[in-house]
Design a protein around this ligand. Structure first.
Ligand SMILES: Nc1ncnc2c1ncn2[C@@H]1O[C@H](COP(=O)(O)OP(=O)(O)O)[C@@H](O)[C@H]1O
Ligand SMILES: [Mg+2]
Length: 324
C-alpha cells in the first residue's frame, strides 16, 4: 500500500480503521423492488469483512456494485480513494473477483488454467508465481489435475487462485463455501485467513453465521436491502446482553409464563415440542428451571445450552431466524 493511500484512509472514523472501501448511501432497485436500500459501509485495510444475511438480502447486488459489475441507482463507492462508479476500470486493477469455475476450461489442468488467467490479465505467468498461487490455496498436489477432476472445495480454491493472478489488494468472495461439506469449509477458511496474512483485504458474503463469526474481523448484517448492524462478531454478540439459550424437548401445551418469570430469563418460547429460553445468566436460569421442572414434574429431554451467537443477533434485530 502506498503512502497516498494511507493518507486517504486516515479519515474520520471512531474505530480508526483505514478504509480501503467506502460506500455511502448506495442503492439499487430492480423495477419497483428495492434490493439495496441506501447502505453505508467501510472496509478497513487487511481485514476480512463479511456481509452476513439470508438469501435475497441484497448481498450479491452490493458486492457486484462495488466490483463494478452492476450499476447502482445512486450513492457513492470509493475503492482506495478511486470513485468506483465513475472509474470502474481503474478499480478493476486493484481487485480480484472469484468467479464460479466454468466448465469451458474443464479439460485444462490447474496449472494451465492459472497460467491462462495470468496471461489474460497480463500478469506474471512464471512457474514460480504459479507455484506461489498454488501454495496460497493449498493446491500444490493438484497442479497437474484437470479442473473437472477436483472436488467442490478444491474447485472453490482454484477459483480463488484465479482471482489472485493479478495480485489484487482486495479480494471479493461471494458465498465462497456454499455447498461445501464442513471439512472443505474449514480448509477454505484457512485459505482465506492466509490471504489476510498475506496482506489482502477480503470482502465476502455468507449466510452461515458460524462462518461470519469464526472468519470475519467485522460483519455487516444485511436484511431486506439494509445493513442493520455492523461490528466485530464479539461486539455484536455482546450487545445482546444474552449469555445463552437453554433448550429442551418438553410436553406440549405448557404455560410459557412460568418460564419467562424465571430469574435471568429474557424470553421463552415453544416451537413444536422444543422449549427455548434465552437468558443473560445461564447458571441462575438453569438452576431455577431445574427446580421448577422438579416442582411441576416436567420432563426436560435433550437439555442443552448454546452460547449466544450471530444467529441470536439476527433474531433479535429482525424477529426472524437467519435460516428461514
Ligand atoms: N437482476 C435482477 N433482477 C431482478 N431482481 C433481482 C435481480 N438480481 C437480484 N434480484 C432480487 O434482489 C434481491 C437481492 O438479491 P441478491 O443481491 O442476489 O441477494 P443475496 O445475494 O443476498 O441473496 C432478491 O430479492 C433478488 O430476487
Ligand atoms: Mg447472493
Amino acid at each position: 500500500m502506498t503512502s497516498t493511500q494511507a493518507q486517504r484512509g486516515a479519515t474520520s472514523d471512531t474505530t480508526a480503521i483505514r478504509a480501503v472501501i467506502q460506500v455511502v448511501q448506495l442503492h439499487k432497485r430492480y423495477g419497483d423492488f428495492t434490493a439495496v436500500d441506501h447502505i453505508d459501509l467501510e472496509v478497513g485495510d487487511d481485514e476480512i469483512f463479511g456481509i452476513l444475511g439470508p438469501n435475497g438480502a441484497g448481498k450479491t447486488t452490493t458486492l457486484e456494485m462495488i466490483e463494478g459489475l452492476r450499476e447502482p441507482d445512486g450513492g457513492m463507492i470509493e475503492v482506495n480513494g478511486i470513485d468506483a462508479i465513475r472509474e470502474p476500470n481503474r478499480v478493476k486493477h486493484l481487485i480480484g473477483v472469484q468467479l464460479q469455475t466454468t466448465s469451458l476450461f474443464d479439460h485444462l489442468t490447474v496449472r494451465e488454467l492459472i497460467a491462462l488467467f495470468a496471461a489474460l490479465y497480463d500478469a506474471d505467468t512464471s512457474s514460480e508465481r504459479i507455484d506461489q498461487l498454488l501454495a496460497l490455496v493449498s493446491l500444490e498436489e493438484k497442479s497437474d489435475a484437470r479442473a473437472n477432476q477436483l472436488s467442490g472445495g478444491q474447485q472453490q480454491r482454484l477459483s480463488i487462485a484465479l482471482a489472485l493472478v493479478n495480485d489484487p489488494e482486495i479480494v471479493f468472495l461471494d458465498e465462497p463455501t456454499t455447498g461445501l461439506d464442513p471439512q472443505a469449509r474449514r480448509n477454505l477458511w484457512d485459505v482465506i485467513s492466509g490471504l489476510r496474512a498475506a496482506g489482502k483485504t477480503i470482502v465476502l458474503t455468507t449466510h452461515y453465521m458460524e462462518e461470519a463469526e469464526v472468519l470475519c474481523d467485522r460483519v455487516a448484517i444485511m436484511d431486506t436491502g439494509r445493513i442493520i448492524a455492523c461490528d466485530t462478531p464479539l461486539r455484536l454478540i455482546q450487545s445482546l446482553e444474552q449469555e445463552a439459550t437453554i433448550r429442551a424437548r418438553v410436553a406440549r401445551g405448557l404455560d410459557l409464563d412460568q418460564f419467562r418469570e424465571l430469574p435471568g430469563v429474557i424470553d421463552a418460547e415453544i416451537a413444536e415440542d422444543q422449549l427455548s429460553i434465552r437468558t443473560h445468566d445461564v447458571q441462575t436460569s438453569l438452576t431455577a428451571l431445574l427446580a421448577l421442572a422438579t416442582e411441576i414434574d416436567l420432563r426436560l429431554d435433550n437439555l442443552a445450552t448454546t452460547n449466544a451467537n450471530l444467529e441470536d443477533v439476527f433474531l433479535n434485530l429482525t424477529g426472524r431466524s437467519l435460516r428461514e
